[in-house]
Design a protein around this ligand. Structure first.
Ligand code: SF4
Length: 357
């Protein structure tokens, strides 16, 4: 995809996309080669010779054929030393983590271990760094209490957004119980921000209406993942949610005051189909879509990558087209919200000044 830093510079110039963005897109699509790590690894990254000493977060798959190499604490593109890596560790599945400089809390109560089947996902193969969580109110309260102690803070009053982002539960009623118990427990300890469900199991109008009344500022990010080949790529339960149904749910949830978004994986389908899908959903979303670059965990998953997505031009052309599509919307991508997106330092020609992790 990229041969050298010079190659990246040429691409950056011809597409008028900052060099950092070009390299991060390619890094996320290609993964890293490493003698030390073999599965997944995460680290903080600082580009050398970069004007701003910005810190980026990378959660990365290992790929012996990648042109990016992580050696000790240095990242190379071909033989060019391009960045320093800090806090390198094996990527694990955590119950909770923060984004946006600690203002956004993500909770993962139902890890991939209990959810499997989407062809492009292997989160269940990650080892867990935390204990399993339960869904009931007592467990949620205990979890929220322990997290406060761990963070050495007195309340969640400074958290602007909490999100449940987790694997499928198998039953909508378990999900609803989990959402309510987590929200109520956070609230008990001072939380007053927006509460987001990221997933695809909240589908009945009754449940959406109920949650919209029970939770202040409730938002729903539907994990559509892909617009095409859904029957082959998604697991049995997830594929039951058709694109038509997802669109109807989003229209309905708006009538209840719930804000919507979609989460997609980029690299599984052609440029044309991907753009067609985004255009279709642009009118029912209230945020900039979350766009995750496909990260194949294995050689067999690599075969899921669409032939067009082997080239850096696929990502950069889609990036440009999305900037055009959303030109008249208020939505903007937030780098801290997605660590493997198409935007890091610049959006539509304007510098992104937000924190990146
Ligand atoms: S729903 Fe699919 S993508 Fe999400 S955790 Fe389960 S298997 Fe993975």
């Amino acid at each position: 995809m990229l041969k050298s830093k010079r190659h990246a510079e040429e691409i950056s110039k011809s597409y008028s996309v900052p060099l950092e963005d070009v390299m991060l897109i390619a890094l996320n699509a290609c993964g890293i080669r490493s003698d030390k790590y073999s599965n997944r690894v995460r680290f903080q990254l600082f580009f050398v010779n970069s004007k701003d000493k910005e810190c980026y977060f990378s959660a990365m798959f290992c790929n012996s054929t990648s042109n990016f190499t992580l050696s000790e604490n240095k990242l190379y593109l071909g033989s060019d030393y391009i960045a320093d890596a800090d806090n390198i560790e094996i990527d694990t599945c955590s119950n909770s983590y923060f984004r946006n400089g600690g203002k956004v809390l993500t909770i993962n109560t139902n890890p991939g271990k209990r959810c499997r089947g989407c062809a492009f996902c292997s989160t269940y193969s990650l080892s867990r760094s935390d204990k399993e969580l339960n869904y009931d109110i007592q467990s949620a309260r205990y979890f929220c209490e322990q997290l406060l102690k761990q963070l050495k803070i007195e309340s969640y009053s400074n958290i602007e957004r909490a999100a449940l982002c987790t694997g499928c539960f198998g039953h909508e009623d378990i999900l609803v119980e989990n959402l309510l118990s987590l929200h109520d427990s956070l609230k008990l300890f001072g939380f007053n921000g927006s509460f987001v469900y990221i997933g695809s199991e909240l589908t009945s109008y009754g449940a959406i209406e109920y949650l919209s009344k029970a939770i202040n500022n409730f938002e729903m990010y539907i994990t559509l993942e892909t617009f095409t080949n859904r029957d082959n790529l998604l697991h049995e339960e997830k594929k039951k949610l058709s694109l038509d149904k997802a669109e109807d749910i989003m229209k309905f949830s708006r009538t209840c005051g719930v804000k919507n978004n979609i989460v997609t994986v980029i690299g599984l389908e052609s440029h044309e189909n991907y753009i067609h899908g985004i255009k279709r959903f642009q009118y029912v979303i209230d945020r900039f879509p979350i766009i995750n670059i496909l990260q194949p965990y294995s050689k067999s998953m690599e075969s899921l990558r669409h032939s067009e997505a082997i080239n850096i031009s696929y990502y950069l052309e889609i990036r440009k087209e999305l900037e055009m599509i959303f030109k008249n919307h208020r939505h903007r991508p937030h780098p801290w919200e997605c660590y493997r997106s198409l935007w890091y330092t610049e959006y539509n020609g304007a510098k992104i000044y937000e924190i990146k992790i």
